[in-house]
Design a protein around this ligand. Structure first.
Ligand code: PHE
Length: 477
C-alpha cells in the first residue's frame, strides 16, 4: 500500500498529462508503455528484491553487494530529496488552489491569475523575484505534514496510506465522469489517444517516456528498496511489484482522461483547436482546470475543491516517501534517531523549496525537473542495472525473489537487467545528451542549464561519495 502510495502521486495527475501533451499526445503512450514493460516492471522487481533481501536502507543494501558500492545507495536516496523540494512546492500550489476554489478566485483569466497574480512569474530564471507568501505558507503546511507522518517511524505511514491511497482515487473517478460528460470532451480524448507517429523519431520523447516511468514508479530513488526492506519475510515480491506498476500506470491512464476531457471542453467552449492551447508545461493543470471549473454549469466550487484535494492526497504519500529513504540511511549509518533525522531533513527541505516559491520558481522547477527526472533517474537506473547485474550475481537475486513469489522469474529477467535495459538506456542517454547540447532545453542559456541541470545532478553524485567516506557509528567513530 505504501509503495502504491509513493508511486501514485502528482506524477500521474499533474506531470503525466503535460508530459504527454508536450510529447505528441497519443503518440507518447507508445514509448510510455514500452518503457513501463521493458524497464519499469523489471526494475521495480529488482528494487523490491534488493530491499527484501538486504532488509536495510539503500546505502547499506549496496554495501552488502560490495563495499565500494555504498555510494550508489547514497546517490539513490539523495535524488528524491531534491525532487521533494520542488514536488512539495507544487503541493503548496495545490493547497492555495484548494482554498481559491471556494470563491473561484482566478476569475475570468486563469492563465493571467496563475502566472502573474499567483506565481508572480519573472521573465527569466535569472530574475529571481520576491517570495510569494501564499506559496511559502503552503510549503510550511506540507513540510509539517511530512514531518508529523514520518517522525514516529514506519507504523504511522501504514495508517496514513490506508486513507491517502483510496480517497484520491475515488475523487479522480468522480472527476473523470464529470469530465467525460462535458461537451467537447471527446475532442480532448481523441487528441489524447490518437498517435502522431512522427514524434517517435525524437530521442527526447523516448527519454521523457523512460523518465516519466522512473519518476512515476518512484524508481531509482531508493524508495522501493527502503519500503521493501520492511516487507515480511514471506511476502510475494513479483506480485507486489506488478500490482504496484499496474496501479500506477492505470492511474496515469485514467488521469489522462480526466485532464484531457477538460482540455477538450475548454478548447471547444472557447472556440480554438486543442493544439493551439497557449499553455503547456507544469502550469497546464493550474490553468486549464481552473478555467474549465469556472465554466462548469453547476457545483463549480465543489469540483474545484475535490480536484485539488485529490492532488494533495495523491501527493502527500509520494512526498513523504521521498524523505523516508534518506532518513533511513542516516539512521542506518550514524544511528541518528528517526525523529531527529526527519526533523533535520524537513528543515533543509523547506529552505531548499523556497527557491520555488519565488517569481522565478516555475522556471527552475521546469529545468531541475527535466534534468533530475529525465537524466538523473535514467542514469541511476542504468548504474543500478550495471552494479546489480554485473558486479553481483544477478541469478542470486532472481532466486531470492522466486523463493517467495508466485510469478516466477526466468533467465529472461537476468537478460533484461544485464543487457537489454542498460543497452536501451545508454542509447537514449547518448541521443538525448546530443540533442540537449545542440538545442538546450526550453531555449534556456547554457549557464542556466549548467546551474539548474548539470550542477544538481553532478553535485549529488559527488556528495554520495562524501557520505560513503565519512565513517559510520558502527565503524567506531
Ligand atoms: N512517483 C511519484 C509520483 O508519481 C513521485 C515520486 C518521485 C515519488 C520520486 C517518490 C520519488 O507522483
Amino acid at each position: 500500500m505504501a509503495a502504491v502510495g509513493s508511486a501514485v502521486g502528482l506524477g500521474n495527475v499533474w506531470r503525466f498529462p503535460y508530459i504527454c501533451y508536450e510529447n505528441g499526445g497519443g503518440a507518447f503512450l507508445i514509448p510510455y508503455f514500452v518503457a513501463l514493460f521493458t524497464a519499469g516492471v523489471p526494475l521495480l522487481i529488482l528494487e523490491f528484491t534488493v530491499g527484501h533481501w538486504a532488509r536495510s536502507s539503500p546505502p547499506e543494501a549496496f554495501k552488502k553487494i560490495g563495499k565500494k558500492w555504498e555510494w550508489v545507495g547514497w546517490w539513490t536516496v539523495l535524488i528524491p530529496f531534491v525532487v521533494a523540494a520542488y514536488y512539495v512546492s507544487v503541493m503548496a500550489w495545490c493547497f492555495s488552489y484548494m482554498l481559491y476554489s471556494l470563491d473561484l478566485r482566478w476569475g475570468a483569466n486563469a492563465e493571467q491569475f496563475f502566472f502573474k497574480t499567483f506565481l508572480g512569474m519573472t521573465n527569466s530564471p535569472e530574475i529571481i523575484g520576491g517570495l510569494r507568501v501564499p506559496i511559502v505558507l503552503g510549503l510550511i503546511v506540507v513540510w509539517m505534514c511530512i514531518f508529523v507522518i514520518l517522525y514516529k517511524g514506519v507504523k504511522r505511514i501504514g495508517k496514513v496510506v490506508a486513507l491517502t491511497v483510496p480517497i484520491p482515487l475515488i475523487l479522480l473517478i468522480i472527476l473523470t465522469i464529470r469530465g467525460l460528460t462535458l461537451p467537447g470532451a471527446m475532442e480532448g480524448i481523441s487528441y489524447y489517444l490518437t498517435p502522431d507517429f512522427s514524434k517517435l523519431a525524437n530521442a527526447n520523447v523516448w527519454l521523457a517516456a523512460y523518465g516519466q516511468v522512473f519518476f512515476s514508479l518512484s524508481l531509482a530513488q531508493g524508495i522501493m528498496i527502503t519500503y521493501a526492506s520492511f516487507l515480511k519475510k514471506k511476502s510475494d515480491i513479483t506480485n507486489n511489484a506488478i500490482i504496484t506498476a499496474l496501479a500506477d500506470a492505470g492511474t496515469s491512464f485514467l488521469a489522462g482522461f480526466t485532464v484531457f476531457s477538460v482540455i477538450g471542453y475548454l478548447t471547444v467552449s472557447q472556440g480554438f483547436g486543442i493544439d493551439q492551447l497557449s499553455i503547456s508545461g507544469p502550469g497546464l493543470t493550474f490553468v486549464t482546470y481552473p478555467t474549465a471549473i469556472s465554466l462548469l454549469p453547476f457545483a463549480a466550487t465543489f469540483f474545484g475543491m475535490i480536484f485539488y484535494v485529490a492532488l494533495l492526497t495523491f501527493g502527500i504519500d509520494s512526498a513523504f516517501s521521498m524523505i523516508e529513504p534518506i532518513t533511513s540511511g542516516l539512521h542506518g549509518k550514524w544511528k541518528m534517531s528517526k525523529a531527529k533525522a526527519t526533523g533535520i531533513m524537513c528543515i533543509i527541505g523547506f529552505f531548499a523549496s523556497l527557491i520555488f516559491a519565488t517569481g522565478s520558481g516555475i522556471h527552475w522547477l521546469d529545468i531541475i525537473d527535466h534534468h533530475i527526472a529525465s537524466f538523473g533517474l535514467v542514469l541511476i537506473g542504468l548504474v543500478e542495472c550495471i552494479v546489480l547485474g554485473w558486479m553481483y550475481k544477478i541469478y542470486k537475486l532472481r532466486e531470492h525473489a522466486n523463493k517467495t513469489s508466485d510469478v516466477l522469474l526466468g533467465r529472461w529477467w537476468d537478460f533484461l537487467i544485464k543487457f537489454a535495459i542498460p543497452f536501451v538506456l545508454i542509447i537514449i542517454l547518448i541521443l538525448a545528451i546530443v540533442e540537449n547540447i545542440t538545442k538546450p532545453y526550453g531555449g534556456y542559456s547554457w549557464y542556466i542549464i549548467l546551474l539548474g541541470g548539470v550542477i544538481p545532478v553532478v553535485g549529488i553524485f559527488l556528495l554520495s561519495f562524501v557520505l560513503m567516506k565519512i565513517k559510520g557509528k558502527e565503524e567506531g567513530v
